[in-house]
Structures are given as structure tokens and as C-alpha cells.
Design a binder for this molecule. Sequence first.
Ligand code: G3P
Ligand code: CA
Length: 244
Amino acid sequence: MMTIVAHRGYSGCYPENTMLSFQKAVEAKTDEIELDVQLTKDHQVVVIHDERVDRTTDGVGNVRDYTLKEIQKLDASKAGNGQFSSQRIPSFEEYCEWASGQPVVTNIELKTGIVYYPDIEQKTIDILEKYQLVGKVMFSSFNHLSLVNAKQICPEIPVGALVGKNGIVNAGFYCKKFGFEFYHPSYEALDDEKVKEIHDHGILMNVWTVNGMCELEKLQRWGVRGVITNFPTVCRAYVRGLGL
Ligand code: G3P
Ligand code: CA
């Protein structure tokens, strides 16, 4: 059965990367939640996608220039177009405390492709260990060195190499060589030949961002492991409709 991964929580209908979007994703019976982590000025792990707070909150500036206390004063409901009550940027610790009691796996994207946050891998893993979540998570990143770092610290956490629409050549070979369990391509990065090469190397694929029926149909035929979607309810209904 295809795994449903709620991208930034249930971000198609709720403010992304907020506790509200995560709670709604669980209510939608998602299998997994994808979220993004970065570090504040005081080296705390927080859940936010952009390196700046401008798009998703009522604040301005870089995540790395705010302390945790300061960043949590911002309202992260901006992406909801005024439909929702004020939301806080969650600390990763707050998320983990909640997730430890939920029936979901978390796909933690280490946002180190633009700003490299030293020790973000260790800090994130420390929190996962505190909440006994090591067996219920995976890492992903566009910065594959972050995945290598995470693997060195905690080999039992599976990792997935994120790539954009251009993909990478010999992706299956590449992931196998580096010990990455998963390949996380943009949907546009795949075709029949590439999918075969990835399957041939025993690498599982979680594909983003899948919000349409055309993509769902094709990914089902290709036998991908998971779809990373902004609309987990629709994807859940599709998988159920197939009688899987
Ligand atoms: O996990 C897939 C996806 O999250 C990667 O892109 O920009 O939404 O973090 P982005
Ligand atoms: Ca992400």
C-alpha cells in the first residue's frame, strides 16, 4: 500500500508546519508527517520551512537571528489567509512530545541546503532520543552531507536523499553507495527508466509534492513507496478506493 506523507502537515488546508496542521494530518489518517527543521540564534531546533520568517508569519528576518522565545511570539497562521487563530512556530521538542503519543512516523527534513546549521543533526537526534522516537522517524535533506552526518550519529534512523526536478543520474546506485535507504525525488525527476534503475538497487521512493490524480495514478503504477502530499485526505481516499 502506498504510504501517505502529509507535507508540512495538512498544509493544503491548514497553516504549514504548525501543531494545527500536524493534528489535522493525524485526523486525516496520514501514515507519516513531513516537517522542516532549522536552528534559532540560541541553537534551538524549530519547525519552519523557510530560512526567513516573512512568508509564513507576521515577522521579518532570518530564523537564525531569533531566539526561541522571540520566534515563538510570531504568528505562524499567515499562510492560512486569516482563516485561523494565531499559531506558534513549534519547537521540535514540543512536536516530539506530541508525536510520541501519535500513530505516525515523522519525516524530518534537515533544512541545511541554504544555511548550514552546525550540529543540527546531533541536536535533533538528542531530542528524538529523549522522547524515544528513534524508531518512528526518518531524515531527509537536499544537503546529502547532513544525511551522512545523521547516519554517523545514529545509523538506525533511515534517511532519504531529496532532489529537485532534475534528479540525479544513477540515483539508485548513488543512494545504495552512500547507505541511504530512500530516494525522495520531485515527481518531475522520474520516468520509466529512472524508476527501474532505482528499483533495481532496492531503494524505496517517496515522491513530492503529489497533489493530483494524474501523478497518483502514475506513481501507483511505478510502485513507489510513498507520496508526499499537501492533501492527505484525498490521497488516503485514493488508496482506499483501490482496495489496497
Ligand atoms: O519532502 C519533500 C519536500 O518537503 C521538499 O521540498 O521545499 O517543500 O521542503 P520543500
Ligand atoms: Ca520539506
